[in-house]
Ligand binder design. Sequence first.
Ligand code: ATP
Ligand code: MG
Length: 581
Amino acid sequence: MLRMSTLFLRTLRDDPADAEVPSHRLLVRAGYIRRIAPGVYSLLPLGKMMLENVTRVVREEMDAMGGQEVIFPALIPREYYETSGRWVEYGDTLFRLKDRKGADYLLAPTHEELFTTMVKGEYSSYKDLPLVIYQIQIKYRDEARPRSGILRGREFVMKDSYSFDVDDAGLQVSYDLHRAAYMKIFDRLGLQYRIVSAMSGAMGGSKSEEFLAPSPVGEDTFVMCSNCDYAANIEAVQVAPPPPIDASVIHPAMRKLSTPNAPGIGPLVELLNRDHGLQVTAADLLKNIAFKLDGRPILVLVPGDREVDVERLAKAVAPGKLDLFEEDDFAADPRFVKGYMSAIDLGDEHGVKVFADPRVAAGTAWATGANEVEHHVVDAVVGRDFHVDQYVEVATVAAGDPCPRCGSPLEIDRAIEIGHIFQLGRKYADAFGLDVLGRDGKPIRVTMGSYGVGVSRAIAVIAEQTHDELGLCWPQEVAPAHVHIVATGKEDQIAVALDLGGQLERRGVRVLVDDRASVSPGVKFKDAELLGMPTIVVVGKGLASGTVEVKDRRTGERRDVAVDQLAEVLADQLGDHLPPR
Ligand code: ATP
Ligand code: MG
């Protein structure tokens, strides 16, 4: 039984100054977490219990799907990451350190290398597979923007598992088992979530899906179709291919027009229609944006009614390094006329690679810059007047855009990533030479999957999705206590509250009793609401007539229950949430 009189806990009246999102504010105020450094937090007893409860759910479902738990060190010698190429690839996000002899180490951001090596050391036959192994452990990532408390930490707890199979069909089975287990985990944690595809087919990538918890404070954006079951991370959305061009339409020759004092797409459309007798909209204009890719200039084309989504572009050109084209870059290269750029006379053969959104298809005609101040051209045809070197998904995706699968309008929402399942294939097996002998005695390259759950992040996500204006509001499964008993008076009430706590605990109920003698009932009620246990029992005035008040933290519903029936009533109510006896 937890007792407020001795519990290592101080609730705060005021929000911490650095907290921008509700979960961060409330977890600090309610005394679950305390900040040590950016993205680094300590857990107090209630926070530790939350972590244990989430961990228990994850562990139970991973065990049930056939996973076997292991544990790897967080401190890893450089060689492993050297072999996979990630010592370099991971860049600044990797925490690197040296031991006293000067040898390089890292703090693992994820553990593919070690799992692959371990299986290689232990297993040698196709008969040994399939295998799923997992760990629940601390990860380290020097995130560029640690934020929102434990939502995006630099040290955080992850469940990561890895599957090992001899063929693609086996990998698909392991993947599907994880998908089903994740649904059970997140259902039990009381989270609202969507499963969205995380990788565009265009990259030829293998299958990958994310579990996203919709939330206004989320850093991920995803789309879902208003009609079919298409749902994808915005990074993975592929524009539906444009309708085929009618080859019999012959566009007039490209013409250059004078376009003074028309900064931006809107004024330009107006000027072209007013002064040049055209009938164009923003969608008929090209937006030309220059960037640097690995230090070399590139040009990116999207229709004028779209923006370049820099994150999508960066994903599309990865691992190339993308930078903005700055003032001095314009000054250094006269081919880039700011405000009047076009792909005319650019392209691979001129040393400036031209990327375009798929809507800028061969044979389509556009109004675009003339590479000359205060001038634009119209009827510039792709493939005739300028060329596209590579099509990429770079345009912003907007609500109402057609679904790539069925054409119905897309909806758009923000979310927090809580899990990720990913068919790795043979990338790590290739790097480490992980083979097993097949039925015919010949070696088979093993195929792998990698699967993550943000365990510590889940605490914050549950808080985001369930809190209200009064405080935290935990689901039964993870709450540090099922029942929070508030004794409003000094003597009798405290004695009865402790006695009821004992009765409940004997039935397997987790209990927190506010037995503080020198604290006012008002403060106790406020704390109970802030701390967020699902059921609040008030031992107060009703005691004279043999009743206590039972309040549902979430709905606010209250009812009186006879003191001598309380334990039974609440235990019945909790039912499946209690451990078997
Ligand atoms: P994100 O896009 O949020 O950075 P990620 O794609 O880097 O996530 P994975 O490498 O797939 O995430 O890690 C598996 C899970 O670990 C994620 O789904 C997420 O729930 C959790 N996670 C990742 N980074 C962090 C972090 N910095 N703090 C807390 N949890 C994290
Ligand atoms: Mg990340």
